[in-house]
Every structure is written in structure tokens, then in C-alpha cells.
Design a protein around this ligand. Structure first.
Ligand code: SF4
Ligand code: SF4
Length: 217
């Protein structure tokens, strides 16, 4: 059967699945849904910009200058839960050792603590803000903030997908009125933090002790 536009668009992004964990952790499926929705919105926005404006995406594997010099890295409470889980439960081997070292010797000047060897060590659960930050034409120069140097090359995310991504995690916020979706989204968005200034020291301790994340219980 021929797929309609919406179905084709949704094929631009694939949801990650952790079936065993999703059975045990009630918050995990909504979080993965939210990331999938956000990724789909980003994929559609990129596709449209490439098609209509004849631009080429510059972001690619191993291109991590933005993770070093961007100071504004939005982070929400539900995303922190995902990061704690992923780091403490899923990350193993040398990557885990490297991240432990990076969190322990944390200094703000070195950029995002999760950037290891120019790659995002928490890629499956990286925040929506990171997923949305995409640049066209040419990779960012070291220290360049394309918001200021070439705003037209920065991807404009599609607001409706961002709203839907927030709507998917409403059940994770107790006390938020689920019937009032726009109000609930406003409340969640009001809890914005910055990944760079967030205190990850408890995560470092958890990793050193090798105990599961409190979110995994
Ligand atoms: S935003 Fe800039 S530095 Fe980051 S991946 Fe894209 S081109 Fe590379
Ligand atoms: S979480 Fe990952 S993608 Fe986001 S700034 Fe850090 S290293 Fe980059």
C-alpha cells in the first residue's frame, strides 16, 4: 500500500526499544516516545530545508564542536531520569570509565561532560535540545555559535513536534493536570535547566559505587 505523507514522514525516525527495561520502568516508554517524536520533527524539518532551500546538513558523526562551546544546553527533569538510567544501567567498558573520569574532573570550560572522543556518550537519551540543534552548509568552526554568525543556517525545529514530545511525558509529572495539555506543557517547559550547569556529581558517585540508578527501582 502506498504510504501517505504522514506515514512517510514518520518513517524518517525510528523509536529506540528497550523491551525488558520498558516492562519494569514506567517512565521509559513515554520518554522514548517523546524522543522519537522530537527526532521525527527534526528529520522532517531537515528534509524540508534540504529540499526547499537546497541546503545540505553539515552535522555528522564525529562533529562535536557544538558540544564543546555551546553554553545553552536545555535540560528537563524527565531527561535527567533517562540519562541517570542509561549511564548507570547501560553504559559499560572503556566508555563508562572515560565518562567517570570526565564527571570527576569536571570543569565548565571543557564543554558538555558527556562528550567523549568527540561523540555523545549518551546518544540514545541525549536531550531534545541537542537533537534539535542542527546546522546547514558547513560545520561550525571551533568556538563558533552559528546562532550569531549565520542564523539562517541553523535548523528551525517544527514547534508542533516539540509540543507533542512534551505531551508524551506529561504522565511522568505527578500533580500536573493531564486534561489541560497546553497548561501541562507550559509547566514542564517552565522546569527548564541547563545541562552544563546541572550538578552531575551524584551521577559520578553512583557510577563509582556501581549501584543502580534510583530511577531503576
Ligand atoms: S551543530 Fe555544528 S558542530 Fe554541531 S554537529 Fe552540527 S555542524 Fe557540527
Ligand atoms: S548531551 Fe551529547 S549531544 Fe548533547 S551537548 Fe552533550 S555530548 Fe553533545
Amino acid at each position: 500500500m502506498k504510504k501517505n505523507k504522514k506515514q512517510r514522514a514518520s518513517g524518517l525516525s525510528r523509536r529506540l526499544h528497550f523491551p525488558e527495561d520498558e516492562k519494569d520502568l514506567v517512565w521509559l516508554s513515554p520518554l522514548l516516545d517523546a524522543y522519537s517524536i522530537a527526532d521525527t520533527g527534526v528529520a522532517i524539518a531537515i528534509r524540508d530545508a534540504e529540499k526547499k532551500e537546497k541546503k545540505k546538513l553539515a552535522c555528522g558523526k564525529g562533529c562535536g564542536a557544538c558540544c564543546v562551546h555551546q553554553k545553552d544546553l536545555p535540560l528537563y527533569p524527565h531527561e535527567i531520569v533517562g540519562i541517570y538510567w542509561y549511564v548507570s544501567e547501560k553504559m559499560t567498558g572503556p566508555l563508562r570509565e572515560s565518562l567517570m573520569g570526565r564527571l570527576a574532573s569536571r570543569d565548565a570550560a571543557s564543554g558538555c561532560p558527556f562528550l567523549i572522543d568527540n561523540s555523545c556518550s549518551i546518544h540514545p537519551v541525549r536531550p531534545v535540545g541537542c537533537r534539535q540543534f542542527n546546522v546547514f552548509t558547513s560545520p561550525c568552526a571551533p568556538g563558533e555559535d552559528p546562532y550569531f554568525t549565520r542564523r539562517d543556517d541553523v535548523l528551525q525545529p517544527i514547534p508542533a513536534y516539540l509540543d507533542r514530545a512534551f505531551a508524551a511525558v506529561i504522565p511522568l509529572y505527578p500533580g500536573v493536570r493531564k486534561e489541560d495539555v497546553p497548561g501541562a506543557i507550559r509547566i514542564i517547559r517552565g522546569q527548564i535547566m541547563n545541562l552544563l550547569s546541572y550538578d552531575w556529581s551524584k551521577l559520578a558517585v553512583l557510577m563509582e559505587q556501581g549501584v543502580p540508578s534510583p530511577c531503576s527501582e
